[in-house]
Ligand binder design. Structure first.
Ligand SMILES: *Cc1c(COP(=O)(O)O)cnc(C)c1O
Length: 375
């Protein structure tokens, strides 16, 4: 059996090893240290905002939920087409979750349906707050301008889950540059990895400073341990921040490779233009330049999607359906949802194909053969 081809494995090598080695020899094997400061600084440049690296994207979202005091008196409106980590922290704080469908042309949160959701909560009880978590998926940004304008109009606070869009742009702005704050993820499968990690980014330096402080147990300035607030242990370690810096050096090359992989699949799959026979790329708004973190395609039917997935699996090649929408998750049964059919259709017909930046021509040939049933 040929070696397994994974969906989105880390692309790391000598520069990352060297960075860890140097950090190790510097003596900063603890959390905190100069590489964390350096990673924060470089993430600030990448996002055009301030940034604090933390233990995971989920931790970053949790810190923002704490910052926004999300609790039982909060209605949290999120895209339904996402990974559960977008809403897990709000769920654990007892917030009421509400889901909004994708726009069929952009694949991300529908501003039209978001407005319907916001409108429906206009007469909410006094003291009930609205938080919107808009999600960038598969390397592309959601419609920042439209969503930001709606949140401003209806008095909702916007957070952007940019875990999957590191390196993308929205009308020329960096991903994660909308809302009061945004999060990035550097999990092992994301476009850049620190093996595990994430970041809070915000235009407001106070939000970032508080996130960093809470991630270190919210310790007051005193020689003993003094706490006016209860924090978390969500720090990123100095060793992993060193990996993050080495990964940031690679970003331009990662983007080139990811986009080339997407072009390869498009040429392979999208030749048949007959109505009802077309395989098309996952929808993407013209306002965003996608990184193609994952190459995702929609098949004419679920049956055809499943057939290709089965052929890939038989050749020891990993693929995966599009995110199962949150409103279909048993854990969130009963949550109010605006629309839902678009995300359900994307889930039914969409397939994520192997997209590792480290893939070479031999692997792409293997995938191509398996997709065509020649393997
Ligand atoms: C990966 C991901 C997260 C969580 O990031 P972790 O670093 O794995 O905790 C959150 N939201 C989305 C949309 C993601 O894809």
């Amino acid at each position: 059996m040929d070696k397994r081809i994974y969906l989105s494995p880390p692309w790391v090598g000598a520069p990352e090893r060297k960075a860890v080695d140097e950090a190790f020899r510097s003596g900063y094997v603890a959390p905190c240290g100069p590489m964390v400061d350096e990673f924060d600084r470089r993430l600030g440049i990448l996002s055009g905002r301030h940034a604090a690296a933390v233990a995971s994207g989920t931790a970053a979202i949790d810190l923002l939920m704490e910052e926004l005091d999300v609790g039982r008196d909060t209605i949290v409106i999120s895209s339904t087409l996402t990974f559960i980590a977008s809403v897990g922290p709000a769920f654990h704080r007892g917030a009421r979750l509400v889901f909004v469908d994708s726009d069929p042309d952009t694949g991300t949160m529908s501003p039209r349906l978001l407005e319907r959701a916001l409108w429906s909560f206009k007469l909410r009880p006094r003291g009930t707050r609205l938080v919107v978590i808009a999600v960038d998926i598969y390397g592309q940004c959601c419609d920042y301008d439209a969503i930001e304008a709606l949140c401003a109009e209806y008095g909702a606070t916007l957070v952007v889950d940019a875990a999957e869009s590191v390196g993308a742009t929205y009308r020329g702005r960096p991903s994660g540059s909308a809302g009061v704050a945004a999060v990035y993820s550097f999990n092992g499968n994301k476009i850049l990895t620190t093996s595990g990690g994430g970041a809070v980014v915000s235009g407001d330096p106070k939000i970032v400073k508080r996130a960093r402080w809470r991630a270190q147990q919210a310790r007051e300035k005193a020689v003993w341990y003094e706490h006016c607030e209860v924090g978390y242990n969500y720090r990123m370690s100095n060793l992993l921040a060193a990996v993050g810096c080495a990964q940031l050096d690679r970003l331009p090359e990662v983007l080139r490779r990811k986009r080339r992989i997407f072009d390869f699949y498009q040429a392979l799959l999208c030749g048949d233009k007959r109505p009802g026979r077309q395989i098309s790329p996952f929808p993407c708004g013209d306002f965003t330049e996608s990184t193609r973190w994952l190459s995702v395609f929609l098949f004419p039917t679920k049956k055809e999607r499943d057939a290709v997935a089965a052929r890939l699996a038989a050749a020891n090649i990993e693929s995966r359906p599009v995110w199962k929408p949150m409103h279909l998750q048993p854990a969130f049964g009963g949550c109010k949802t605006f629309g839902g059919e678009v995300a359900e259709d994307l889930f039914r017909r969409g397939l994520c194909l192997p997209s590792g930046a480290g893939m070479g021509p031999a692997q792409l040939r293997r995938i191509s053969k398996a997709v065509r049933g020649e393997a």
